[in-house]
Unconditional design. Sequence first.
Length: 585
Amino acid sequence: MVPRLLASFVLLLPHAAAQVATPTGPPLPRLMQLGTMPAAAPTLTLLADGSLLGGKGERLDPGQLAAAIAAGTTDLVLRADRGAPASAVLAVLEAARTRAVSTVYFAATLPNGAAGAFALALPAAEHPATTIDLRLHHERPVVPTSSVEPLLRRMQEGWQKGAKTPFVLGVQVADEATCEQMLQVLGAIAAAGVQHLVVTSGSGAEPEVTAATRAGLGALAGQAAPASDGALAMELGPVPRIRVQGAALPQPQPSVRATPFGCLERAQGTAVESQAGGAGGRYGGRMAGRISKGGHPAIAGAIVSGFVRLTSQQQSDGSFAAADGRGDMEATALWMLALLGDGRTLDAGPAAGVLQRGVGWILSQQRADGAFVDAAPGSIGHHALATYALVEAAGLSASGALLRGSAQAGLDWLFAQRQPDGGWNNGLQGVASDPMSTAKSIAAIASAEFFGFAVPMRPSELVGWFDDVVVTETAPTAAALFTRFFAGQDPKQVPAMTTMAGLVGTADPSDPWGAYWTTYALFQMGGRPWTDWQKRLDPAIVKTQIRDGDLEGFWEPAGGCSRLTTTALRLLTLEAYYRYSKLVR
């Protein structure tokens, strides 16, 4: 099942089979009915091979389809084999719409075994402009119901808080999808509270952007909806008509673009002005070009070279891989933060696709409870980084409202993991809180507070954990110092911060995490500690970047980090010159 909006509805029924078969087994998956089957509505039967039978069992050619639906019919019953092509189902729905049928009922089996129906309303009016385009790629056979339904619900909630227009989902159904797959996904969409959608059929190729699609964002701004482009509009609400049995949905994660990755997007159309550097405050200066103009061309060159390498390493699902080839949450979240830190957003620009796919993969990993990772050593820090990336993507991108629900769920889960002593541990039960996990968590929370997310405790209240622990290593000390700045503490009022700055200046810049925390902390401190540290950055980081060969743009792995994580941290470290303005003035 592959959804995404197309600007045109083009569909052909498969050629009729030589021998007409009968539907096998329960006609459709077990769907709960919130309504009743009409008693005397005309009935069509769709077989697994795409053949269509009329009410008397006669076989219908594709050209006879519309004529077989009598004029004046308002309700139509479709008995479809679960394996029937989804394209054939959509052809019946389109024919029904052109004949002014208002509701199509799919014969289905209820959870208790009784006969029932799954109803789709077909609006007579032209369909509205889509707000969101959804594409669920078909490369994985099974994804739990905890995937698409909670994701859409969170996006629905985030959108409704700031939108003035209805939430309209655009869905493209792949040619190879079955009736069962299509209806299960539509069921999950309805259960998530989405009321309106536009369904189209297509092979999954990148669609041509037409005038109707380009008008999508204009409609969101209050302009008139574009003329009907032939796509099939459906209504699923206001009260969901159906609910999917809680087993599994035969479709994978959602996608930002036509390519099969994870996430969601606004309908392609009118260019959205990038929000890079537009958030103001601490985020007001994000622009890589400034570092070159500021007299640091070598650093600017290293950042550009690293980002060129980035695009070649992203996997087809949007993630960045660990050594075993599976998606790595830490590396993926850090790469997303590095792009966002350079002023890139989800909305436009050459890096928008990389961000969309990466953010989509992060979304696809979120569990129903809001967690992005399973319990393991370091899992709290990895979850915090994923939340940090989503919060920044939501806050800095014009289309970021779509991410707010998922980001808020991640924040809520993060707060739930706070230990009795007020800090965060590495994710294993019974392990004491540690500075690194706590610093990453507070950084995500501080960013969330800035962008208006609900946080039960402010960073200024959380940072007190560092007052009660003894930290001697330089990297954790630097993490604690930067966190204090992020929480709004001023060295003039907290003398311990000046002492800490003197200690971290001796950190080993070859350690990726140590150099990251130290650079950000001392940039905020300024003065002699920062100027002395700057002199160490060039030989330790800029000049150690690989300049040629297959690994050009990378840094060698260090400090127990993978090559991808090391490189992402090096880029983030060099972005300290412009990623955040002074947090305390």
